[in-house]
Design a protein around this ligand. Structure first.
Ligand code: AHR
Length: 503
């Protein structure tokens, strides 16, 4: 058995964790909206048509912010189609995903759902097929108190108070040739700059996210970031990053190491922001919004084809394995490790589409394997992120040279005098002994050691068997004389929770 070491010290602060680090995403795609969060015919639907079983799971997660309405969808979206009397809303060909969009769910329904889900909206504007004019009208509709055409229209639609949407994305993945209205960096940079300017004239209190690259593998990365920030730097607050990984060749050790790519991606984008800051002699800091991240590959390989222009077909529905949950946990840890610069992130997505929550049409809802690490981060990943200076044995990897068996970070919630250590043991066959020096937390004790393991890396939760993979409070972490020890089972997700003892 091998040993990994780390140290816990409240002074080794990485940065304050913005609760929005654990956001999520709902796109008009497949069954995310229709049959996902909105299904008026469902047994549990409320008077707004929102599924109660799904809402209960979203409330259990306590997701702080949800991005909407896309994704690729937004680049062809007319937001006006989705407001006003439902009977008058147009049906449209939805070009991004080749489906039929009925517009029975739109901005106001999303705001109502957010309120019930106890979450905040993050809206994206269409900079693909549309531009500045639609964006300024949209923010006037949502955020202006009244007395103007668009704000009074909102009132006429039954919403007297402004929606007060705080965060807005300037388009989606505009670097991608698949995007409706794909642009060069120079084209997007100018459009985003001008759109940002007028959106902030309508409401100077909003925060704006510029589109970064759709992935670190894009041929235009990182020049895209440098160019678009050159245009937008003083007008935006965040730049976006997106990434999805998959185990395409069945090489699980390499698959589990892919969070190291996410780590490099974040570090590089943060450096580019700082380079432009220096170049512009700016006092403003642009932070990072990792507003799409997840494992996504099962559905790319095995999803059945559907008739084009069908309504809410099952699309992009990955059924997650246990090993997916392990990489997912490593990705969460990576986000927390960069809490000083990554201030927002959105798990893509929330329901049915590459999601922790799955539903059957007019049937049951269940939690995928990835639900649990996400829940744990939301519950316990609070306060400040701590650099634990891990020292771990490593394994060879063709892309990353050496990949540590241990992926880990700790969080410290000073107000509640509690610490959480999040850890993945990437070894598929050996227990990893964890030794942590916790002397800087005198009087603390182990509250619980949660583990998630499975004898089968390919185990999944399904509608019929929803509890095949679930976390257990069965770990053996113990703290004596300031030294913490724990056995991290082979291929495991772990949360070790400490708190100051009462006496
Ligand atoms: O999340 C699914 C899709 O992935 C989004 O629509 C797009 O932005 C990304 O390519």
């Amino acid at each position: 058995m091998q040993t990994a070491k780390l140290s816990l010290d409240p002074l080794y602060r990485i940065g304050e964790i913005d609760p929005r680090l654990y956001g999520s995403f709902i796109e008009h795609l497949g069954r995310a909206v229709y049959h996902g969060i909105y299904e008026p015919d469902h047994d549990t639907a409320d008077t707004d048509g929102f599924r109660g079983d799904v809402l209960a799971m979203v409330q259990e997660l306590n997701v702080p912010i949800v991005r909407y309405p896309g994704g690729n969808f937004v680049s062809g979206y007319n937001w006006e189609d989705g407001v006003g009397p439902k009977g008058q809303r147009p049906k449209r060909l939805e070009l991004a995903w080749r489906t039929l969009e009925t517009n029975q769910f739109g901005t106001n329904e999303f705001m109502d759902w957010c309120q019930k889900a106890n979450t905040a909206p993050m809206l994206a504007v269409n900079l693909g097929s549309r531009g500045l004019d639609a964006a300024r009208n949209y923010i006037e509709y949502c955020n202006h108190p009244g007395g103007t055409y668009w704000s009074d229209l909102r009132k006429a639609h039954g919403y007297a108070e402004p929606h007060d949407v705080r965060v807005w994305c300037l388009g989606n993945e505009m670097d991608g040739p698949w995007q409706i209205g794909h642009k060069t960096a120079a084209e997007y940079g100018r459009l985003a700059e001008e759109t940002a300017k007028v959106m902030k004239w309508v409401d100077p209190t909003i925060e704006l996210v510029a589109c970064g690259s759709s992935g670190s593998g894009m041929p235009t990365f990182p020049e895209w970031e440098a160019t678009i920030l050159d245009h937008t730097y003083e007008h935006v607050d965040y730049i976006s990053l997106h990434t999805y990984y998959g185990n395409y060749d069945g090489n699980t050790p390499h698959f589990l190491a892919l969070s190291l790519d996410m780590d490099n991606f974040i570090a590089t984008v943060a450096s580019i922001c700082d380079y432009i800051k220096a170049k512009k002699r700016s006092k403003h800091t642009v932070n990072l919004s990792f507003d799409e991240w997840n494992v996504w590959y099962h559905s790319r390989i095995n999803e059945p084809k559907f008739e084009p222009w069908s309504f809410a077909p099952p699309q992009v529905e990955d059924i997650y394995t246990f090993e997916d949950a392990l990489l997912f946990g490593c990705m969460l840890i990576t986000l927390i490790k960069h809490a000083d610069r990554v201030k927002m992130a959105c798990l893509a997505q929330l329901v049915n589409v590459i999601a922790p929550i799955m539903t059957e049409n007019c049937g049951t809802a269940w939690k995928q394997t990835i639900f649990y690490p996400y829940l744990h981060a939301l519950q316990y990943g609070r306060g400040v992120a701590l650099n634990v200076n891990p020292c771990s044995p490593v394994y060879d990897d063709a892309e990353f040279d050496a990949a540590p068996y241990l992926e880990t970070v700790a969080t410290y919630d000073e107000a509640n005098e509690s610490v959480a250590i999040f850890a993945v043991n990437r070894s598929l066959d050996e227990v990893l002994i964890l030794e942590a020096d916790g002397r800087a937390f005198p009087g603390y004790q182990v509250i619980e050691h949660i583990t998630m393991t499975s004898p089968d890396l390919q185990a999944r939760n399904t509608a019929e068997q929803p509890n095949t993979v679930t976390p257990q409070v069965n770990g053996d972490a113990a703290l004596a004389d300031g030294m913490l020890t724990a056995n991290l089972p082979a291929a495991s997700w772990n949360v070790i929770r400490l708190a100051k003892s009462a006496g």
